[in-house]
Design a protein around this ligand. Sequence first.
Ligand SMILES: C[S@@+](CC[C@H](N)C(=O)[O-])C[C@H]1O[C@@H](n2cnc3c(N)ncnc32)[C@H](O)[C@@H]1O
Length: 301
Amino acid sequence: MIPVHTSVMPDEVMEYLVPSRPDALIIDGTLGEGGHTLRFLEAYPHCRVVGIDADVVMGERAGARLSEWQERFELKTGWTDEVLDNWGGNSPDLILMDLGISTYHYDGSGRGFSFKSDEPLDMRLDSDGESDAADLVNTLREEDLADLIFTFGEERFSRRIARRIVAERKKAPINNASILAGIVAGAVPPQARHGRIHAATRTFQALRIAVNGDLDRLSRLLAIAPDLLAPGGRLGIISFHSLEDRLVKRAFRALDIRFGGTFNVLTRKPLVPLESECRSNPPSRSAKFRVIEKPAEGYMK
Ligand SMILES: C[S@@+](CC[C@H](N)C(=O)[O-])C[C@H]1O[C@@H](n2cnc3c(N)ncnc32)[C@H](O)[C@@H]1O
């Protein structure tokens, strides 16, 4: 398997997610093609990594890439908040979440994540999921569609876009990503059609977040993962848009020893990629990385 995804902030992840013992248990909660996992396996010859991904296809891709590491690598397919909620194993020393989707999803999955693609409007990571993006676009009431695009996409033209979608779907169901992209582009004012990002970027982001329940899942994960960590363990989260980063920031603040909690927040401000990484791997541009550390055993507040 030739990986198509370039791991984001790999040096910062290795600098901040350092296990406190050699035979550490590491959970990569967003395995993807296993780029970060591979680094852990190489750096710590006695660690074990459990890689979790909601997407069966990603599990297969990572499994093929990591086949020679079978003794120390275990794959779990599922949503990470659910897997951790039912965790029966040892307490992990490190947990990494690198949120969102991978380059493969845009370029190779055939599930309509990219507005450039002539593909079915699906966007589900988990193919058993109840509704796909086409269901939302074709069935939601206009007000609900506008709210969804406004809230999850932070799209200021959400009402115009929702109105246009509803008008178009009366003519024929909207089942294709590039057709939806064209409808959205036609709904925004001409000056917004030629901006730095494609006019449909925010609408596509909103649909993906809604289809996969990203924010609810992140909230649940934030409620579960810190407790699960072994003493001295660390949780690191890379997020890619402000809604996610806000959730992480608030949850970490509530755990922060300076505000009445017991955890050390190791990143007072989120770490961001160096300019050189932004240039060589443009999708990293919007990344924000935050890390907390659980107190070691014997610690008294
Ligand atoms: C940005 S990619 C991870 C890339 C990986 N760190 C690497 O370096 O190759 C995110 C992956 O996590 C999966 N994913 C996203 N949110 C998830 C969640 N809440 N539970 C399980 N998997 C999730 C996606 O299917 C995708 O494969």
